[in-house]
Write a protein that binds this ligand. Structure first.
Ligand SMILES: Cc1cc2nc3c(=O)[nH]c(=O)nc-3n(C[C@H](O)[C@H](O)[C@H](O)COP(=O)(O)OP(=O)(O)OC[C@H]3O[C@@H](n4cnc5c(N)ncnc54)[C@H](O)[C@@H]3O)c2cc1C
Length: 483
């Protein structure tokens, strides 16, 4: 479909959701499961390709949120919902806990205040430990730590499977997905809105703005213009799996008013992350890493975990936080314009996603959108790509039933032909090898595709087996929109 043509739908959708990041997909899932007809629109060729794919991947408890803020409430609720959803959907999560480490007497004096704040945020199991216990738990920690707060509920999570699971469930419940469709204008109407995209016009009764870094532009199209997004870049370094033994928990610094600071954390893929930086930028697309950023991170990492400096770096990346002048989430629904603005989801949107979706759905219902009032359906079971649980290459029974699960393609990450085939044949197939990477971990290891990229590209080019393509075409007639 090309040009700004009408889609030809006889009736407008109930809701058009602009932005298929972790927030937009969570909202689409919540609405579609309540029999609301919705179209999920994104400029990119896949779901979860914006800030949602490039963050620190921590499932926050919300212990350090501003007490009484909307973020605090939705983070606490969303984190609990996501922990349960992830367990049932097969999204990798490890409850490693976090240690918030004090390195100076001033930081140590801050710990009781942070513990009190955690309790005011409803996180009541936070407790202090002294230096002896801290070094017993984390023997590789650098010298000079004076003590820490233990936050047992902080966890690490797969940021890629999460929006994929939400979108998969939304599609199964009847939502339509319209990718490669940048929204360039909105004709606000009395009976319906017309969302103009690069691939045609989407007619809808309600608009939900979940456009992340571009949510102010969409807000202006709806006649708003109340806030401006100020991108804040965070650069990160990924260390090789051999570094994983250096730590047990997430190691947090004492936060400042501006940022949570540089942390060291394990990942659910068995690596170690160091970052992020915090740098305000004018450019909403600038996700380049910089020599200065990485040098600063290495210096901080050397202090926290000196042996990290000697470990191999697997990759570096950067993500952009959609910050606004207001620290809190910018979420409201205007019944008169039939418009929901879901913006300013800066540093915690992955953890809070299900809480945000529940809140927005409730606001829309209060404003007159009809929900079926159905009980929550079971989530889809996603391919497991974590390191802590069994993977297909380790499953003898599965390999006996289907030898493709025994044929490893990516030896760094132990990804098999069976998993690649399944991803290509799935209900939400990848549009490129980067999408395949986020679904399987292929190309993600220490060689970064040096050994397997040619095979992976050939498998990707071959695509899904014919029966899967036919099945998807039949299902897709009801769910997916061409682009
Ligand atoms: C460095 C860093 C570390 C972080 N660490 C964590 C963490 O550990 N835990 C946590 O919970 N959160 C963390 N976050 C925050 C979290 O990643 C975000 O809050 C979350 O990803 C925001 O999701 P979103 O769906 O709002 O935005 P996005 O993922 O950016 O999605 C917005 C989508 O809108 C689309 N879009 C924009 N404009 C248009 C248009 N005109 N037309 C069509 N589509 C459009 C984009 O293509 C994009 O896909 C971190 C963020 C950063 C940057």
């Amino acid at each position: 479909m090309t040009g700004a043509t009408e889609t030809g739908d006889a009736r407008p959708a109930d809701v058009a959701i602009i932005g298929a990041g972790v927030v937009g997909t969570a909202i689409a899932r919540a609405l579609a499961c309540q029999d609301v007809s919705c179209v999920l629109i994104d400029a990119a060729n896949d779901v979860g390709t914006g800030t949602s794919k490039a963050n620190t991947a921590i499932l926050h408890t919300g212990f350090d949120a501003v007490p009484g803020s909307l973020e605090s409430r939705l983070l606490r609720r969303g984190s609990a919902l996501l922990a349960d959803y992830a367990r049932r959907a097969g999204i990798p999560v490890e409850r490693t806990g976090a240690l918030l480490v004090a390195w100076t007497p001033e930081q140590q004096a801050e710990l009781p205040t942070i513990a009190d704040k955690a309790r005011r945020n409803g996180v009541t199991d936070v407790h202090p430990i002294g230096a002896g216990e801290l070094y017993r738990r984390e023997p590789h920690l650098g010298p000079g730590a004076l003590g820490a707060l233990v936050i047992p509920g902080e966890s690490i999570i797969c940021p890629w499977t999460t929006p994929l699971a939400y979108a998969t469930q939304a599609l199964a419940a009847g939502a339509r997905l319209r990718l490669r469709s940048r929204v360039t204008g909105i004709r606000v109407g009395r009976a319906e809105h017309q969302v103009v995209t690069g691939t045609g016009v989407v007619r809808c009764r309600w608009v939900v703005n979940a456009a992340g870094l571009h949510s102010d532009t969409i807000d202006a199209m709806m006649g708003g213009g109340r806030f401006t997004i100020r991108p804040r870049r965070g650069e990160l370094i990924v260390f090789d799996k051999l570094a994983r033994a250096l730590l047990s928990s997430i190691l947090l610094p004492v936060p400042t008013a501006r940022t949570k600071g540089v942390l060291v954390a394990p990942t659910v893929y068995g690596n170690v992350l160091l970052g992020p930086t915090a740098e305000d930028l004018p450019d909403r697309e600038d996700v380049a890493t910089t020599a200065a950023g990485l040098t600063g991170l290495m210096a901080a990492g050397r202090r926290i975990l000196p042996r990290l400096a000697g470990e191999e770096v697997t990759a570096t990346y950067a993500g952009l936080r959609a910050a606004t002048a207001d620290r809190d989430y910018q979420i409201d629904v205007d019944p008169a314009r039939r418009y929901a603005c879901v913006a300013g989801i800066r540093s915690t949107g992955l953890s809070a996603s299900l809480g945000i979706a529940e809140h927005v759905t409730g606001l829309l219902a209060d404003a007159g959108l009809h929900l079926a009032g159905r009980p929550e359906p079971d989530p889809p079971v996603m391919p497991y790509i974590g390191q802590a649980g069994p993977r297909p290459y380790q499953d003898a029974a599965r390999i006996a039933a289907d030898p493709e699960y025994g044929r490893i393609v990516c030896h760094c990450e132990r990804v098999t032909r069976g998993e690649i085939r399944d991803a290509l044949a799935g209900p939400l197939p990848p549009a490129d090898t980067d999408g395949l990477r986020r679904r399987t971990r292929v190309l993600n290891g220490r060689c970064q595709g040096f050994y397997c990229a040619a095979t992976v590209s050939a498998l990707f080019a071959r695509g899904a087996p014919a029966p899967a393509r036919a099945a998807r075409a039949a299902a897709g007639a009801a769910t997916a929109e061409p682009a």
